[in-house]
Ligand binder design. Structure first.
Ligand code: 1PR
Length: 527
């Protein structure tokens, strides 16, 4: 099976290539405009934003051949922005014309829910199609977008999804199929959908079950803190309040690629790798993390995030690498999102000092090119207790967990360099400013709770969640299935991340999902 991939050079097409290859397809990129019209099947995974994608298509002379290919109704699969650009225009890029293959417009979500819409949501079939072969209708697919299409012709709509409103999550017109979700990142269900596209015309069916309403699942994320052990091998490690040594040696919890694969098979909704020494060792120098990502993305078909060392860097020879270049290398190796830790603190400090955005920070540059959904901010806060709110200019909460001297108030102090250095910035302000600068998600750790098995710091999570409208991933402290339930029942966090309990097999992901499901929390079924 031959597939031509329309890669206009902006981003991560690796996951799409890997998924297609895993299904036995031979994938060739479009190099010249002529390659489009000679394609047997064309896949267009859009990355970035509506304006940049249309500009890139024009610059490369792809617009006319693409329109012609679509006019001829030849096999086409558009993914995410590859769906949106088929329409006339988008609120994301006022004045920029889309391909206009279908009448309709792309709108931004204004639904009072977190935007981007990130995570696993269901789809409701609206007409029979061979694309539903082998699917039950109850599967969830991975979405990550702030805009949705509003087709003028409702006959195009293949599936809809609910997120504050019911939007078209896939369209089909003859051989032209385009989806808002990412089949390449949607586990087994997504691979099945892709396989149905590759197999082409078959019997048009409706899935046996069509949900009345789809629901976004709360995500369970497995986190792998990675660093070199004492022999120089890259291993997954795990700290207690960020101390990863035991008896003087780095704790070795296993091989990063193998563990990531295990968690994928067990039903993790995402995998996060944190290169925990990235703040001191420049990650692009000896690139072992890139290799870990490459190998993982060949067999793990859920979103991958990589953090550690995402910042500008000048090496000893004076060669300058921008954070955007570092992130680009990670995206090309298979990452879907990058997570920025220490650099986010320095950026916010600068912003608070000058009162304005520089436009050049890692957060701004990466989100401009790859979209805000690709930028996660990892916060490593510590509780800082005070006896009265007037003792500090930082936003203070009244806490149910008194301090060592009975203090009833605290604020959440940011740290850098893996918790080694505290800074005069609080987590709530940091999250707010980062959202303003273009971050798409917050990964909220807690040094107090990390590795303790005592449960998440619910007060911290509530304080940050109330301050932002982007999704928040709760992290640090999970020790029992009940802790996952608590974090979802008592806070609005969209996802819960855990490390130690999964590595030590104290609790496994299927147990967590089963428990949450029984308690009425929406989760992605393990397929
Ligand atoms: O500052 O941009 O280079 O990023 C460094 C990244 O590495 C940050 O995301 C920071 O959180 C992480 N990091 C640095 N040092 C450590 C350490 O442990 N010594 N790990 C570290 C952070 C926290 C979570 C952990 C959860 C859940 N680890 O990743 O997985 O706390 O653990 P649990 O479920 O076992 O409680 P930069």
């Amino acid at each position: 099976m031959k597939v031509t991939l329309l890669d206009y050079g902006a981003g991560n097409v690796r996951s799409v290539v890997n998924a297609l290859k895993a299904l036995g397809a031979e994938v060739r990129p479009v190099e010249r405009p002529e390659d489009i019209l000679s394609a047997e099947r064309l896949v267009f995974p859009g990355v970035g934003n509506f304006g940049s994608i249309m500009r890139a298509l024009h610059e490369r002379g792809f617009v006319e051949p693409l329109r012609e290919y679509l006019r001829q109704n030849r096999p086409f699969l558009g993914i995410c922005l590859g769906l949106q650009v088929l329409f006339e225009g988008s609120e994301e890029a006022p004045g920029v014309a889309g391909l206009g293959v279908f009448p309709g417009f792309v709108r931004r979500f204004r639904v009072g829910l977190s935007v981007p819409h990130i995570g696993w949501n269901g789809v409701k079939a609206r007409k029979p199609s061979p694309l539903f072969n082998g699917l039950s209708g109850e599967e969830k697919f991975y979405f990550v977008h702030s805009y949705y299409v509003e087709p003028a012709d409702t006959g195009l709509v293949l599936t809809t999804t609910d997120y504050g409103l019911e939007f078209a999550s896939a369209v089909q017109h003859g051989n032209i199929i385009a989806v808002q979700f990412h089949p390449e990142k949607s586990g087994k269900a997504g691979l099945r959908f892709l396989q149905n596209f590759l197999e082409g015309a078959g019997k048009a069916v409706l899935p046996p079950k069509i949900p009345e309403r789809t629901r976004l699942a709360r995500r369970i994320i497995a986190c792998l803190d990675v660093r070199s052990d004492d022999e120089g091998r890259l291993v997954v490690t795990k700290g207690l309040q960020y101390d990863v040594r035991e008896g003087g040696r780095v704790r070795d919890m296993g091989d990063p690629v193998e563990l990531a694969h295990r968690y994928y098979l067990e039903g993790a909704d995402e995998i996060t790798f944190l290169n925990i020494t990235g703040f001191r060792d420049f990650p692009l120098k000896d690139m072992p993390m890139l290799e870990v990502l490459r190998r993982t993305s060949e067999k793990v078909f859920v979103p991958l995030t990589i953090g550690g060392g995402i910042r500008d860097f000048t090496d000893r020879d004076g060669t300058h690498y921008s954070a955007l270049e570092v992130a680009g290398a990670y995206f090309r190796a298979g990452a879907d999102k990058v997570s920025i830790g220490s650099d986010a603190v320095y950026i916010v400090e600068e912003y608070l000092k000058t009162g304005k955005a520089s436009g050049k920070s890692s957060i701004e540059t990466i989100s401009r090119v790859y979209g805000r959904q690709a930028v996660v901010i990892s916060i490593d806060p510590k509780r800082c207790y005070v006896t009265s709110p007037s003792e500090t200019p930082h936003p203070v909460i009244e806490t149910e967990i008194p301090g060592p001297n009975g203090e009833r108030y605290c604020w959440f102090q940011c740290t850098v360099k893996g918790g080694r250095e505290v800074r005069d910035v609080d987590a709530v302000t940091l999250a707010k400013v980062c959202e303003e600068l273009g971050a798409g998600e917050i990964l909220l750790n807690s040094i107090d709770r990390d590795g303790t098995n005592q449960g998440y710091d619910l007060e911290l999570i509530r304080a940050v969640k109330e301050a932002v409208s982007i999704p928040v991933i709760a992290s640090s402290g999970a020790g029992r299935v009940e802790h996952f339930y608590q974090v979802f029942a008592k806070t609005e966090a969209e996802a819960a991340l855990a490390a130690g309990i999964f590595h030590r097999r104290e609790v496994e992901i299927p147990e967590v999902k089963k428990y949450l499901h029984e308690k009425g929390i929406e989760v992605r079924p393990i397929s």
